[in-house]
Design a protein around this ligand. Structure first.
Ligand SMILES: [Zn+2]
Length: 285
């Protein structure tokens, strides 16, 4: 079992080139995952992506890529849907260059559609993206629809799992803060995490749940869902990483946990320490 930790984007005090981020994470901070942010467009060149990939391999840092925010697979405009598929394909291509395992993305918004219609549209567009990406040679990279925090967004746990059931080479990305915000504080105990995980296991299989790709941060929410991410040391906000860490240790999971906190890598280090502490305590008993 090995759970990996790392930031969503550049470490907050890091000033060097993107290609050297894996070295910094590994040698300065003891972290072993990095989610490259292509959230404002896939701009990285093939050369740079390959160098990043080589350095990630050398320093044993697992890479993932976050696709552009400007994706809406459920848009009522056909041209927006097509442009969204295009952005996914460009993301899969860059991910392949750097050897990233998964492309994380936000599926879209319900807009004028009913929830069922919006989900259907997302699945249709995703199938399209998957087929085209496979024919272009990007087969080995997974598509990772993320659980979303706002009630206006397609991305309940059930919807994300349904997408993964319907489209080949698609894995759920579990953003725990978003689940917490969407369910208005639903992650209160270890059992609440276990419920989510057993749902994934029942519907997608135990291999999927064992190596889940996750985002974790504390979150502030309103009636409409997610408001903003919070640091782990901020009181009065959930969810609590200790509960998830206990579940990970007790089940021997090998998750990848990406920190999206305002202090990115600093909170990734905090989470790693929490997990190691729980592991030590368990070994002593
Ligand atoms: Zn995201």
């Amino acid at each position: 079992m090995r759970t990996r930790f790392g930031p969503a984007g550049r470490p907050i005090n890091y000033k060097g080139p993107t290609e050297n981020i894996p070295e910094y994470l590994r040698t300065e901070e003891g972290l072993d995952a990095f989610e490259y942010q292509a959230v404002r467009g896939v701009k990285i060149s093939k050369d740079k992506a390959q160098i990043l990939g080589e350095s990630a391999k050398k320093f044993d840092v697992l890479l993932s890529l976050h696709a552009p925010y400007a994706i809406n697979l459920a848009s009522s405009s056909e041209s927006t849907r097509k442009a969204s598929v295009e952005r996914l394909i460009r993301s899969l291509e860059a991910a392949k260059w750097m050897g990233a395992r998964i492309v994380v993305f936000h599926p879209g918004y319900y807009g004028k559609f009913s929830k069922e219609e919006a989900l259907k549209l997302c699945i249709k567009m995703l199938k399209d993206a998957r087929e085209r990406a496979d024919s272009l040679g990007f087969k080995e990279v997974f598509l990772g629809p993320e659980t979303m925090g706002k009630l206006s967004q397609v991305g309940s746990l059930d919807e994300i799992i349904t997408m993964c059931e319907s489209v080949p080479k698609t894995l759920p990305v579990i953003d725990w803060a978003h689940i917490h915000a969407r369910t208005k504080g639903g992650l209160k105990s270890k059992d609440d995490y276990l419920k989510v995980l057993s749902t994934i296991e029942d519907r997608l299989g135990s291999d999927v749940v064992k190596t889940l790709h996750c985002h974790f941060t504390k979150v502030e929410f309103s009636d409409k869902g997610e408001r903003r991410h919070r640091r782990l040391d901020e009181e009065g906000f959930g969810p609590h990483f200790e509960q998830l860490a206990t579940v990970i240790v007790e089940n021997g999971y090998s998750f990848t946990i990406i920190s999206e906190s305002p202090v990115l890598d600093k909170d990734a280090i905090v989470m790693k320490r929490i997990l190691e502490q729980i592991l030590r305590t368990k070994q002593q008993t």
